[in-house]
Design a binder for this molecule. Structure first.
Ligand code: COA
Length: 158
């Protein structure tokens, strides 16, 4: 039986620093997201687009976030992360559901995202919601160590 409760809500101005710290921690993993250290936490906190972000909160702490970048062309590009200690407990699922709801409420016709091919958990999560693979960008992302990583493009028609 789960001993935790996760709630999902729109991000608020007071979440800026927590969001930036979450991203900095996930960037340290050098695995699932494009960002790598060093992250300028203060700058990121200031520039974060709060009104396009939904956060997951557990025990009063932000444990995950999803943000949607809406395009004037009608689709929204999503990015997301869950704190390492909170993965595999349904937080990502709750956040993708919230992103779909957010996008539908704003009349977007499609959600799009990019994911590294080795990110099996993220790909499984997106497929669960009906996202399909639409293409592959070859050696697209140059990592800090010089490696070139592919990206898989996925999309969900709403
Ligand atoms: C990808 C990420 C957001 C998933 O969040 P999460 O909270 O772990 O996701 P959930 O617990 O809701 O699990 C979602 C699905 O992923 C799959 N999954 C979860 N844990 C898994 C594991 N250990 N192995 C394989 N698949 C797994 C399952 O299909 C699961 O759905 P199910 O439980 O209904 O079967 C999270 O791993 C993360 O933040 N990773 C680092 C940052 C990142 O990669 N962001 C995405 C960039 S595109």
């Amino acid at each position: 039986m789960a001993a935790w409760r996760i709630s999902v809500r729109p991000a608020e101005d007071g979440d800026r620093r927590s969001l930036a710290l979450l991203l900095a921690a996930v960037a340290e993993e050098r695995d699932g997201i494009a960002a790598e250290p060093p992250i300028d936490v203060e700058k990121l906190a200031t520039s974060w687009t709060i009104d396009a972000t939904v956060v997951a909160v557990a025990e009063g702490v932000i444990v995950g976030e999803v943000h949607v970048d809406p395009s004037w062309m009608g689709f929204g590009e999503i990015g997301m992360m869950v704190a390492a200690d909170w993965r595999g407990r349904g937080v990502g699922t709750a956040l993708v559901a919230a992103a779909v709801e957010w996008a539908r409420a704003r009349g977007l016709h499609k959600l799009a995202l990019s994911v590294f091919p080795h990110n099996d958990v993220a790909i499984a999560l997106y497929r669960k919601f009906g996202f399909v693979e639409e293409g592959r960008l070859v050696q697209h992302v140059r990592r800090a160590d010089g490696e070139l990583w592919d990206l898989i493009e996925m999309g969900l028609l709403l």
